[in-house]
Design a binder for this molecule. Structure first.
Ligand SMILES: Cc1cc2nc3c(=O)[nH]c(=O)nc-3n(C[C@H](O)[C@H](O)[C@H](O)COP(=O)(O)O)c2cc1C
Length: 363
């Protein structure tokens, strides 16, 4: 299976960790990378204004280090000049790749013409790409690729990505990620593999005529190695971006890469290994951020991790579950109490309650 090449950057695999605002922070990106299989991980969406003004929340979101490479930094907005300045900031602060958000459906972003609203104003989208392309080339000497991440379109009936992606490639993007839903769909309904496939075909035909090749990365609802494989075989995409599936299983990239390269999926990590991963992630949050942040995050994140914990069955073949662990962590008052709860579960305690459906992250 081919690795993925974006501009002059060759990734070790064709699997990418998606941006998920409020979730894919530095600690989580490193947690996924430790399991292997991550070709590129992306920051959550960043405000260029926030970065340029040195706003603490933006700087925290953009934080990266040598364990977090290669990294994409994703910018959102609608002002080409401001986006270009943000892109230069990203290059100067460690971005391996600069990405433009054209998929966010959240009102706060689209009301200011950012995110997926750009799918409705293609001239602006193109101007942003041209401005960022020039700025990134100047700042990096042509070293840093520019990419964009978009949905199939705004309206279900108007799949604009089919013609917008080739247009943005001409303007300077070197890879396109397609979330196989429209803005109208938000996060509901099925991902349209056929819609992603049409973009793959359109980009392929466009680039063939021009004598070069640009990868299209498929995204949406990949929660297992087999689903990553299906994304590739059904759409013809060159790479797969995984978001929510990784929140429950940071080892998903390892699994999906193993399936592509060896034809088999490694054994699922044991509960003890999963707890080690959660503990290491919690410690990284304490290290990179602070106690308040780590406590807030672990209380909400334990629902996601809990989807994969306590999956053995009891004498009546009912999954054992980890409800007591989740309750203990949600009510923990200090890092010591979190570590203590994880230790108890690792030693065989805090099980029960069956598998509860975790709340979904949506935006
Ligand atoms: C809570 C939440 C926040 C998200 N934040 C971003 C973001 O900052 N930038 C972005 O391009 N996409 C964002 N997305 C979309 C994801 O990157 C991805 O396209 C989508 O979740 C589908 O992929 P998945 O099913 O693998 O999660 C977000 C999605 C969710 C659920």
């Amino acid at each position: 299976m081919a690795v993925l090449k974006i501009g002059g950057v060759t990734l070790q695999t064709n699997l990418l960790l998606a941006p998920i605002a409020g979730y894919c922070d530095l600690a989580f990106r490193i947690t996924c990378r430790k399991w292997g299989g991550v070709g590129l991980a992306c920051t959550d969406l960043l405000s260029p204004q926030g970065l340029l003004r040195g706003r603490a929340t933006s700087l925290d979101l953009a934080a990266t280090n040598s364990d977090d490479k290669p990294v994409g930094m994703q910018l959102y907005g609608a002002d080409p000049a401001m986006m270009a300045e943000g892109a230069v900031w990203a290059v100067e602060h460690g971005a391996t790749v600069v990405d433009i958000n054209m998929g966010c459906p959240v009102d706060k972003v689209t009301k200011k013409d950012g995110g997926s609203r750009l799918l409705c104003i293609p001239d602006t989208a193109e101007q942003i790409v041209r401005a960022c392309r020039d700025a990134v080339d100047r700042a990096s000497g042509g070293r840093v690729p520019l990419t964009c991440k978009m949905r199939l379109g705004w309206f279900d009936a108007e799949p604009v990505a089919v013609w917008l992606a080739p247009r943005l490639i001409d303007a300077g993007v070197q890879a396109v990620t397609i979330h196989g839903r429209t803005t109208q769909q938000k996060f509901s309904g099925d991902v349209h593999h056929d819609g992603i496939n049409r973009v793959v075909e359109a980009v392929g035909n466009h680039c063939k005529a021009a004598g070069f090749s640009i990868p299209v990365i498929g995204n949406g609802d990949v929660r297992s190695a087999e689903e990553a494989q299906a994304m590739i075989s059904k759409t013809g995409c060159a790479g797969v971006m995984i978001g929510r599936g990784a929140l429950a299983a940071p080892w998903l990239f390892r699994d999906a890469w193993a399936l592509q390269t060896t034809g088999t999926v490694p054994p699922e990590p044991t509960d003890a290994e999963k707890i080690d991963t959660i503990e290491a992630y919690f410690n990284l949050m304490l290290h990179y951020r602070d106690e308040h942040y780590a406590m807030v995050q672990i209380r909400r994140r334990i629902s996601w991790f809990g989807k994969k914990l306590g999956r053995g069955t009891n004498a009546r073949s009912v999954p054992v579950g980890c409800k007591p662990l989740k309750e203990r962590i949600r009510s923990a008052k200090s890092p010591a109490e979190v570590i203590d709860a994880l230790g108890l579960f690792r030693d065989g305690g805090l099980r029960g309650g069956g598998i509860e459906v975790a709340e979904e992250a949506t935006a």
